[in-house]
Design a protein around this ligand. Structure first.
Ligand SMILES: [Zn+2]
Length: 506
């Protein structure tokens, strides 16, 4: 191996050691840490992050990257790694220590204020702190730089290559096609899911969840599952990828979907190449690509009839009383019930995207200065009425429900929807390439699909951008028609919608 490249790898892997040590502390904080530990934990995490930032933005490393960026002897994958590191290096270098510290303080204050405001259900307690964060984000977009819209700079942080212009088109199409579908569903005979909210024993749920994880080939020798209030996936390296779930005795759906969803994320991380540890090629492509993996398993597999044809008998055996008289078809329908609601995280597969579109439109206007922080509750409530037809009763269940803005994470929400759209496009392709995929799923044989994802998505890391990878796998760029056709077909069957639907092809 080229001597400079060897030094580059060593340096990045050391930084990765620091970052992932921080991740272990974060995991511990969410899963195990006693309450009083919070004060020093925040400091320890900040110290590690500071050292990591210094190492990454050092002049020496910059010079090494500069040399490697014009080195013609590197392989394709090596030069892609260098290109990506250099891109991040140049971006991170633009931020002064003063700006980073100011932002960190603003975020930390905003987070505390948000938690308090949510508890009190009073946006005005959050408003001055969010104002400061938004000022920071506006500044950040100027520092990063953009051509057309300041929001593009924020998208670059989470979904490199995605632009406001492209997102506008995607979401306009989503609105144009999905609003009429929602209307039809509203007028149709409604699905009964009341049995989901009976008493479901916690331990029995936990054990059933473990069986689902095993069926998906989550590697328990390279991970573990725990309980946390907000389910998440965290990786320390491809051989230690942990997930958490949440169990609600009165709502079976919470454990089911958090388990399958987080396992989808974890399978991606477990599928990254061990030898690429610390390098861009050893990291997930983008947030939307990550979300495509969790949602493919959650929605395209987990909410399919084939999946429950396989798993329902076992669930029925565990909860015979609750599921008495409920057939697998009833269960499948309940899993796919569509109902406009207030809370994004518990929304169904279809109305979910309106929660995202609302946030996207608000964020864009906020960053551009078209609306002000003080306008947020009114704008929020109006959009919920317009798009979902629901009245927002209070700030807690409205504008204060998500933590993201207090973290300064503007530009993050769209990746959730993009993930779902990629998921359908990938699943369709897998369905073409794997013989009798549905048959395999209905027998609980998830290996053909997992292997397909391993070889088509997981193994590349950041060697390709999300959009390049999508084109490489499916032969076209992200195309929302796949999602729209999927939604029309699925819900027309479930809700027995009378009018024939003509699939779109463009
Ligand atoms: Zn996710």
């Amino acid at each position: 191996m080229n001597h400079n490249y060897e030094n580059y790898v060593k340096h990045l892997q050391k930084i990765s050691d620091l970052n992932h040590s921080g991740a272990v502390l974060t995991w511990d904080q969410e899963v195990n840490m006693p309450e009083k530990g919070a004060q020093f934990r925040a400091r320890q995490l900040a110290t590690l992050a500071g050292i990591s930032h210094e190492m990454f933005t050092s002049e020496d490393f910059g010079m090494l990257l500069q040399k490697l960026s014009i080195d013609q002897t590197l392989t394709f994958e090596e030069s892609k790694n260098v290109e990506e590191s250099y891109r991040i290096y140049k971006r991170d270098k633009k931020f002064s220590i003063q700006f980073i510290e100011e932002r960190s303080i603003a975020i930390s204050n905003a987070f505390t204020a948000w938690a308090n405001a949510k508890e009190e259900s009073n946006f005005s307690l959050f408003e001055p702190y969010l104002k400061k964060v938004v000022e920071n984000v506006r500044q950040e977009s100027i520092i990063i730089g953009f051509e057309n819209h300041p929001y593009d700079a924020m998208l670059e942080l989470y979904e490199p290559g995605m632009t406001t212009k492209e997102l506008d088109q995607i979401f306009e199409q989503a609105k144009a096609k999905l609003i009429p579908l929602l209307q039809k569903i509203k007028q149709a005979k409604q699905v009964d899911d009341s049995f989901m909210y009976k008493q479901y024993d916690t331990e029995k749920q936990w054990n059933f969840g473990l069986d689902l994880l095993k069926q998906m080939h989550y590697d328990f020798d390279a991970g573990r599952q725990d309980i946390s209030s907000h389910p998440f996936t965290i990786n320390f390296n491809p051989l230690d990828v942990r997930i958490t779930t949440r169990i609600n005795e009165k709502d079976l759906a919470e454990m089911l979907w958090s388990t399958v969803h987080e396992c989808g994320h974890a399978l991606y991380e477990q599928g990254l190449k061990v030898e690429n540890y610390g390098l861009p090629s050893g990291e997930a492509t983008s947030l939307a690509m990550h979300e495509s993996q969790s949602r493919l398993w959650e929605n395209n597999v987990g909410r399919s009839y084939a999946y429950w044809k396989c798993n329902y008998a076992a669930l029925h055996e565990i909860f015979p009383k609750n599921l008495l008289m409920i057939t697998v078809k009833d269960f499948y329908k309940a899993m796919n019930k569509v109902q406009a609601s207030l809370i994004r995280t518990s929304a169904d597969e279809l109305t979910y995207h309106f929660h995202v579109i609302i946030r996207y439109e608000i964020e864009k206007d906020l960053i551009a200065g078209n609306i002000q922080v003080a306008d947020l509750p009114a704008v929020w409530n109006k959009k919920y009425k317009d798009y979902l037809g629901v009245d927002v009763p209070n700030d807690r269940e409205g504008v204060l429900q998500d933590v993201h803005w207090s973290h300064g994470s503007f530009g993050y929400f769209p990746t959730y929807s993009l993930g779902s759209f990629y998921a359908v496009q990938f699943f369709n392709k897998a369905n073409q390439e794997i013989e009798n995929l549905e048959g395999h799923i209905s027998k609980g044989n998830m290996l053909p699909l997992l292997n397909w994802l391993r070889t088509n998505v997981h193994c590349y890391g950041k060697t390709y951008s999300a959009s390049e990878l999508c084109e490489k796998i499916t032969g076209e760029k992200l195309n929302i028609d796949h999602f729209i056709n999927y939604a029309y077909k699925k819900y027309s069957e479930i809700y027995e919608l009378s009018s024939q639907y003509e699939p779109i092809s463009s």
